[in-house]
Design a protein around this ligand. Structure first.
Ligand code: ZN
Ligand code: ZN
Length: 306
């Protein structure tokens, strides 16, 4: 019975499918032990995605997030005997107002945990489509290397401001670049920044998510790629698993490959957010527990996983 710390539903996310309840039922059917509901935080109108421009105002997008939390709490209670649902959110890091939005929701609600992610650089989306990626790359000076440096600098700002308990898709910037499967070895400025960020995450006991969506999108390795995992392991870093699903057909996809990857990079313990473990962060309601990879491999989940 494995774990996922990152999901979206069509009910509360414009580029996902299915209701939140269908997502939960599918996670139960697939044998998840712990499954986190983590919709995106609201964004101001200047940062709307095209699909939101027709159907939303800034107010309605903010209300959608509030509605998500009400429905997530109902489902967590209703399905408690069958699955441990966690309620969190996935951050953005776009402009100074992003920090205010995050502070606002954290003042109003208590989350089991949250995930620090960035999807923009120079305020431009970097994982939306190739044309938008190229705009961001131009804004950074025209090369992948410059944009990667800026991405990891902006991520460092996010990490310092939020100290997120879990860091989402650490190297998402690879996705639409010409260096999708780069090992970053020729990019000294990029690699230095990545190491700095990893050291910072390790310093406050932050956890990296192993995100199988990278595989779904055709990358050779999940996020983060193996040089990152190896560097973080050497720092004593911890990892959680995620499918980053955007609907039932993506729940647990590529989990067997993710498990192979975990073994290949030499991770011996997989962590998960656990409401029964004491939080070591006063802002959130849950702590972390772990399972050895030897035990994880023997769970019945893997006989039915795709
Ligand atoms: Zn994300
Ligand atoms: Zn996501």
């Amino acid at each position: 019975m494995p774990y996922s710390h990152h999901s979206h539903s069509g009910q509360f996310c414009g580029h996902a499918k299915n209701t939140l309840e269908e997502v939960v039922q599918d996670a139960i059917a697939k044998g998840f032990h712990t499954f986190a509901l983590t919709e995106h935080i609201p964004r101001p109108i200047e940062d709307f995605y095209p699909e939101e421009a027709d159907s939303h105002t800034a107010e309605s997008l903010a209300k959608l997030f509030d509605d998500f939390l009400v429905e997530a709490a109902r489902l967590r209670e209703a399905y408690a005997p069958r699955i441990k649902l966690l309620i969190g959110f996935e951050s953005e890091w776009i402009r100074p107002s992003t920090h205010q939005i995050i502070q606002g929701i954290m003042e109003r609600y208590t989350f089991d945990f949250f995930m620090g992610s960035i999807h923009h650089c120079h305020t431009i989306p970097i994982d939306f489509d190739r044309a938008t990626y190229e705009k961001a790359r131009d804004a950074a000076g025209g090369t992948d290397e410059r944009l990667f440096e800026d991405y990891f600098d902006e991520q460092y700002g996010m990490l310092q401001a939020l100290t997120p308990p879990v860091v989402g898709h650490f190297d998402l910037i690879r996705l639409l670049s010409d260096h999708r499967d780069a090992d970053f070895k020729g990019m000294d400025g990029v690699w230095k920044r990545m190491q700095r960020n990893l050291e910072y995450i390790a310093s406050y006991d932050g956890v990296l998510e192993l995100n199988s969506a990278g595989l779904r999108k055709g990358l050779a390795e999940p996020y983060p790629c193996s040089p990152v995992c190896l560097a973080f392991l050497r720092m004593g870093g911890r990892f959680v698993m995620s499918d980053d699903s955007h609907g039932t057909d993506q729940i647990a996809t590529n989990y067997p490959r993710l498990l192979q990857y975990i073994r290949k990079v030499g991770i011996n313990d997989v962590f998960f957010v656990d409401k029964e473990a004491a939080p070591n962060d006063s802002r959130i309601a849950a702590g972390f527990s772990s399972i050895t990879v030897d035990k994880l491999i023997r769970l019945p989940f893997w006989t039915t996983a795709q």
